[in-house]
Write a protein that binds this ligand. Structure first.
Ligand SMILES: [Zn+2]
Length: 341
């Protein structure tokens, strides 16, 4: 539920104008102020009650899922089949997850209904299996984008949004017009474009100049083709450069979030534990082998079994709602938005 507060300062100003310059305005202003403060208190109490009713926890953890190719015959342990991908999305929809983009997540713009949980879907390496447009400009069947849209059509409220981390591969397109067409299609359909470096090198052994060149050149290309400056970056192999700040800021780029590979859900962007320079992602994979505990199926099981650890929205993007005892975990920069209940 969304509650809006109207009044406050405006009501006080009106009282002053109406009362003119006689002898009574001081009390009238005081009354109006007290009235408005009382209204605001009532409004806050109603907000807190609504947040408590859905057990809102906007300091809880968020799964950021990492996908690579969506192909019929997986060649590596990073690939998923269309059926596996569809099954995972169906599960997310049934368990009340709503996708938000990586850019929305790192900037705290998590605008989803009360009682729902955010999930961030990310796709690395800009492969054709993620998006290929047919001659009519429609996503081909069984590409990641087509599957997301099918699942969203079946489950109202499941937003078909995701972040694509782009390299020079550009969804297998080599002609500039086709590259632009693909990126612009994503942009105009609400998808988010992120930086994955130009050549997908391990940045650990590279100099500062080389790191800036790898990140800056593809960032510039994405901007030229689609008019988008990536808000976030995903590091190839999840490996940080010698100084981790190099991935976030360069002469031509300023990222508000740096994503790794990693093995855990991510901290809420409103939590003190949130580290914008190293945000973990979870590999999308069943519960087997080295994924018995630390990939998507296992973590979604864990979050389901531990709902108090999971991010749950109060439905109001202007507040950060959470149970009072979690107060020490709130990031100072979000204090003004806090709604502890
Ligand atoms: Zn990659």
């Amino acid at each position: 539920m969304r509650l809006r507060f109207i009044g406050g300062v405006g009501a006080v100003a009106v009282a002053v104008i109406v009362s003119g310059c006689g002898s009574e305005p001081v009390t009238q202003v005081k009354d109006a102020k007290a009235d408005s403060a009382a209204k605001q208190q009532l409004f806050k109490a109603a907000q807190a009650k609504a947040a408590a009713a859905v057990k809102a926890n906007e300091l809880g953890q968020v799964p950021v899922l990492m996908y690579h190719r969506i192909v019929d015959k997986p060649g590596t342990t990073d690939d998923r089949t269309p059926a596996q991908f569809r099954t995972e999305l169906e599960r997310l929809a049934k368990e009340n997850y709503v996708p938000v983009t990586a850019a929305e997540f790192v900037t705290g713009k998590i605008d989803i209904p009360a009682g729902k949980h955010p999930v961030v879907l990310t796709f690395d390496d800009s492969s054709p299996s993620q998006l290929t447009l047919d001659a009519m400009g429609t996503p081909k069947a069984n590409t990641a984008v087509a599957i997301m849209r099918e699942v969203a059509a079946k489950h109202s409220g499941f937003r078909p949004v995701a972040t694509f981390y782009i390299t020079r591969d550009m969804f297998g397109k080599h002609v500039r017009e086709e590259q632009a067409q693909t990126l612009l299609w994503l942009k105009s359909n609400g998808f988010d474009l992120g930086n994955h470096t130009r050549d997908h090198y391990n940045l650990r052994a590279r100099t500062h100049d080389q790191v800036e060149e790898q990140i800056g050149s593809i960032g510039k290309e994405i901007n030229e083709l689609a008019g988008v400056k990536p808000v976030t970056i995903a590091l190839p192999y999840g490996v940080q450069p010698r100084k981790k700040e190099w991935a976030a800021r360069g002469k031509s780029y300023h990222h508000q979030g740096v994503f790794l590979a990693g093995y855990t859900p991510a901290a809420s962007p409103f939590s003190k534990s949130f580290d914008a320079l190293g945000i973990p992602r979870i590999r999308a994979m069943d519960k087997k082998g080295d994924c018995a505990q630390f990939c998507s199926t296992a973590w979604l099981d864990w979050l389901k079994a531990n709902p108090d650890m999971r991010y749950t929205s109060d439905g109001d993007p202007s507040t950060v709602a959470y149970p009072k005892f979690k107060n020490p975990f709130l990031r100072a920069s979000y204090k003004a938005k806090a709604l502890a209940y």
